[in-house]
Design a protein around this ligand. Structure first.
Ligand code: ADP
Length: 645
């Protein structure tokens, strides 16, 4: 039993130990649960603390963001406006308020769309009132999204009375259900940009208009100067008005400088009252350039620089702009800016220089056109004078030829009578009467020579008038040049028996080989006689004159050489002109006279035969005048011959 009790006790003690262990475990568990709870509590506390901090922080962020938004909203230079679904303004920025001048009407922002629209009188780009359904806010609220530049610029009359051009963009604002609940609009002021664009366009137009005038000119102007009302003056004034438009001055005046006398000549002014204009003209007219402007001003103008004048007592400030043609100062353009701003921007200065340059070119062009038209008028007058002279020469030579022929006939008759008296009655009449008859015969011979000279002069006049009228008839036939040359020399030898006229290079046979030409033999003879007469006339009586003939199979050249004064090279072309006589060349022998027609006739005749004329001369050594003609068929023997007559 004891054993049982002992066993019982032992079991109890074990059980107690187990319970003790359980209790300890439970306590431990309890403790750890408490610790956990504590931790949870602490954590909870911490969390709620963090939550609070977080909430505070989040609030701060939200505040900061809306502040930042506000700042951004107001610092944007474009106007911003937010509308509700009715188009009432919910919010605007500073730029918008300034743009529309709302300080003049603080309740403007609270007005309805209609009221606001009436106040700002919206207009389209053409200046036409904008229909209410086209007002931008209406279009946004109707769901339209308009990007910048999509809409033509809209003109607003601001509340402080300015007209501004606005480029409007914007879009509707929608909620979660896609319903339009308002709109946002951006107002971009393009007034200045448009003004600049307009001004640039104006300037361009003006320069183009000027350039057009420069290219076209004013056509056939009858005006001789810049007389007010004249065509040139009107053109100038219209150019100056264009210039006034782009330089933005009150008035422009142009003063030219006389190129010969350097005296001023105020020619045109625009934008000035008539009385002031007269004063301006009086002040400038006839003033010497150098005394009217100060030396420093003049130096600047001549260097092409603009001079800004603002004397203390002056009514206004003005610019003096040089009008330069190359390096010549041909005028001065003055621009008066009246009571306007005294600031002359570089743009203003360079624009005025450009205007002055264009006007200078246009004036120069007109001057040259005028000169050309004057020259043309003079040319026409000269042609007319020549025509009349030719007409007169034609009539005069005809009128002179008839009496000359009669005189010549009578002289020949008288000569024959005297001759027969002398031969028939020489034995019967006394010596003094015979001497008188011999003297009469001599006088008649002199008269005959004079008539021959007159005849030749009248013949030349007649020929020249025929040449001018294109009526110099040639009787062309086959003839021989050698024969013409020999006959002409014979004629001259008998007319001037006292002179030596040599024919060089005549073959030993005494005749030239055939030199066939198809020509008017009288006219070719006339040419040779003319050259020979000149050679005799312009050389001393004791000097010989030589003729030579040269030929090849195609051409023949006849040369007349004298030992006269010779001619400077520069005269060799001119002496073939009508009425031209070489200065300083005088007739040295014989009683010939000269009209300056002979060589002109010679050249015309030879050229009409397809030949050429020329002169080789050395001053002091004599001259060789020559003409060359084509041979009709090839000559039998080509080359020069060497014999002399
Ligand atoms: P003119 O009737 O005056 O001789 P021409 O037409 O025959 O007219 O000659 C024109 C000019 O050429 C002459 O006036 C003269 O000055 C010059 N001249 C012509 N032939 C000669 C010459 N052989 N020697 C020098 N000068 C000449």
């Amino acid at each position: 039993m004891e054993r049982e009790i002992l066993e019982e006790l032992y079991a109890l003690r074990t059980r107690v130990a187990e319970l003790e262990q359980e209790k300890q475990n439970w306590q431990k568990q309890q403790e750890s649960q408490e610790q956990q709870q504590e931790q949870i509590l602490q954590e909870h506390e911490h969390r709620s603390q963090l939550g609070e901090e977080f909430a505070q922080h989040a609030g701060r962020i939200e505040n900061d963001q809306s502040l930042a938004l506000e700042v951004v909203f107001n610092t944007i230079t474009d106007g911003l406006a937010v509308y509700d679904r009715e188009g009432q303004i919910v919010r605007t920025n500073q730029a918008w308020k300034q743009m529309l001048g709302t300080y003049m009407q603080p309740d403007f922002e609270h007005q309805s769309v209609e009221e606001r629209g009436k106040s700002v009188r919206l207009r389209d780009e053409q200046g036409q009132p904008l229909a209410p359904e086209l007002w931008p806010v209406r279009r946004f609220l109707n769901g339209e999204v308009i990007a910048s530049g999509d809409l033509a610029d809209v003109t607003f009359l601001t509340l402080d009375g300015r007209h501004i051009q606005i480029d409007i963009s914007g879009a509707p604002v929608r909620d979660n259900t896609d319903t339009i609940v308002g709109a946002v609009a951006v107002f971009h002021d393009v007034t200045l940009r448009r003004q600049i664009a307009q001004r640039t366009e104006d300037i361009l137009d003006t320069f183009l208009a000027m350039a057009e005038v420069l290219v076209q000119g004013i056509g056939q102007s009858e005006d001789e100067d810049f007389a007010p009302g004249s065509q040139v003056h009107q053109l100038l004034c219209s150019l100056m008005k264009l210039g006034q438009r782009i330089t933005l001055c009150d008035c422009i005046g142009i003063t030219l400088v006389n190129r010969d006398t350097a005296v001023l000549n105020p020619i045109a002014v625009v934008g000035m009252a008539p009385q002031a204009m007269q004063q301006w003209q009086r002040a400038l007219a006839h003033q010497p350039l150098s005394s009217y402007f100060l030396p420093a001003q003049l130096a600047r103008l001549q260097r092409g620089n603009v001079v800004i004048i603002n004397p203390l007592q002056a009514r206004s400030d003005y610019l003096l702009v040089p009008m330069l043609l190359g390096s010549d100062l041909i005028g001065v353009m003055s621009l008066d800016y009246g009571a306007q701003t005294k600031y002359f921007s570089p743009e203003k200065l360079s624009l005025s220089t450009a205007v002055a340059k264009l006007i200078t070119l246009i004036l120069e062009r007109e001057r040259m056109l005028q000169e050309r038209s004057d020259a043309r008028t003079n040319e026409l007058a000269l042609l007319e004078a020549n025509r009349r002279m030719d007409e007169f020469l034609g009539i005069a030579s005809h009128e002179l030829l008839t009496p000359l022929t009669t005189i010549n006939g009578n002289i020949q008759l008288a000569k024959r009578r005297v001759k027969s008296l002398l031969t028939e009655l020489s034995a019967e009449i006394a010596r003094p009467q015979l001497d008188k008859l011999a003297l009469t015969e001599e006088l008649l011979k002199r008269a005959e020579r004079q008539v021959r000279i007159q005849n030749r002069l009248v013949g030349d006049l007649l020929d020249v008038s025929r040449i001018q009228a294109n009526r110099l008839d040639l009787h062309m036939q086959d003839c021989d040049l050698g024969t013409i040359v020999i006959n002409a020399i014979e004629d001259l030898r008998s007319a001037a028996a006292e002179r030596v006229i040599r024919l060089r290079n005549l073959p030993a046979t005494g005749v030239f080989p055939p030199l066939p030409i198809y020509a008017d033999s009288d006219r070719i003879g006339q040419v040779l006689i003319n050259l020979l007469t000149n050679a005799l006339k312009y050389s001393a009586a004791d000097r010989p004159v030589e003729v030579s003939v040269h030929f090849d199979s195609e051409r023949a050249v006849v040369k007349v050489r004298d030992e006269g004064p010779g001619l400077p090279a520069e005269e060799s072309a001119r002496l073939w002109e009508r009425f031209y006589r070489v200065p300083g060349i005088t007739i040295q022998s014989g009683s010939g006279v000269g009209l300056g027609l002979g060589l002109h006739i010679c050249r015309t005749i030879i050229e009409r035969h397809n030949g050429t004329v020329g002169v080789d001369s050395i001053v002091g050594s004599g001259s060789t005048f020559w003409f060359e003609l084509p041979l009709a068929t090839s000559a039998s023997e080509a080359g020069d011959t060497e014999a002399e007559a």
